[in-house]
Ligand binder design. Structure first.
Ligand SMILES: [Zn+2]
Length: 332
């Protein structure tokens, strides 16, 4: 009997000992689980990829690595490329993007066109991007899009972007000193200021064509077609829906001594001063290949002082300016 009790007591202690050992073991290992192995982010860091706080980043970065992008390339992509471009890059095979990282208006889906146009024209990659975006690698009027933000003073209307046939600006007013001509009210005061400033400098200017309706432009274009072949007419007259005059923000202006144009000195004055009042020379010399129009010294366009000043400093066309600086902020 005594022996049995001793055995039971021994068993009791053995059980306690085993229980204690198990408890100790479980705790030790739960405090030190496989955390000694690096996680996905640490693996990327080790490879030289800079982490980006974005939910799908680890997956996306690994996808890019699998496609053949180096850590450095991935870092550049996330530093400079838009969300839309990153999405497109993830969906396509590897491409060498080194020439394009810092070009703000770059569109991955046009990459082949950029490369081809850059080769043919022997221009910089940034010019190739802008010009292909303006569809200059295609014939004019071949892919027309609807202009958006049509009531914005920054609306773009050219051989790519068109206005609806029923678009009429809702704030058309007569120019006080030329009551038979209408422009948008938003441009009226600055236009009067421009005329006054010119007069002070003994530059006497007369506006002669301002807002024109879609139908009026259609009539003009059809009339010209009776005089010249279409490819010639297209160099001096906009097709209906593609005329800036329909925006109410364009003004044809002439010197008093001329029936439709500016004298050289008056044009010089306009080039040096119109931006101070928010107007730009819309179809400058040497830029026909971009605008699609022959030089029109008489045609000015209102875009507001801030942008007119910036454009004047850059010395580029509004088509380029819009694509580089404005397109993303408009609903195009
Ligand atoms: Zn005009």
């Amino acid at each position: 009997m005594k022996k049995d009790i001793k055995v039971l007591i021994c068993l009791f202690f053995i059980l306690i000992l085993i229980g204690g050992l198990l408890y100790f073991k479980t705790n030790i290992f739960s405090n030190n689980p496989p955390s000694s192995l690096p996680n996905d982010e640490e693996i990327l860091l080790e490879k030289g990829v800079h982490l980006v706080s974005k939910e799908s980043f680890v997956n996306d970065a690994n996808t890019l690595l699998e496609k053949g992008y180096s850590a450095d390339e991935i870092n550049q992509i996330y530093e400079y490329m838009s969300e839309g471009n990153i999405k497109a890059i993830l969906e396509h095979d590897y491409e060498d993007l080194s020439n394009f990282y810092q070009i703000s208006n770059f569109d991955f889906l046009k990459l082949d066109r950029y490369k081809a146009y850059q080769m043919i024209e022997n221009i910089s990659f940034s010019d190739a991007v802008t010009r292909v975006n303006l569809k200059l690698d295609l014939p004019f009027y071949s892919e027309i899009e609807k202009a958006s933000d049509v009531d914005s003073i920054l609306v773009i209307v050219n051989k790519v972007y068109s206005l609806p046939s029923d678009y009429v600006p809702n704030d058309l007013v007569a120019i006080p000193s030329f009551p038979n001509l209408q422009i948008r009210e938003v441009a009226k005061d600055d236009f009067e200021k421009l005329l006054a400033a010119a007069t002070i400098d003994q530059v006497y200017l007369t506006p002669y064509s301002t807002y024109r309706s879609y139908d009026y432009q259609d009539g003009l274009y059809q009339k010209y077609l009776k005089e010249d072949p279409v490819e010639v007419v297209d160099t001096y007259s906009a097709r209906p829906g593609h005329s800036e005059h329909q925006t109410g923000l364009a003004i044809d202006i002439k010197s008093n001594s001329h029936w439709y144009n500016l004298t050289e000195s008056d044009y010089e004055w306009m080039k040096n001063n119109s931006f101070k009042y928010g107007f730009i020379i819309r179809y400058p010399k040497d830029n026909s290949f971009i605008t699609g129009y022959k030089e029109e010294p008489w045609h000015i366009r209102y875009i507001g002082v801030e942008h007119a000043t910036k454009l004047h400093e850059l010395g580029i066309t509004y088509d380029e300016y819009f694509d580089i600086y404005l397109k993303d902020s408009m609903n195009n």
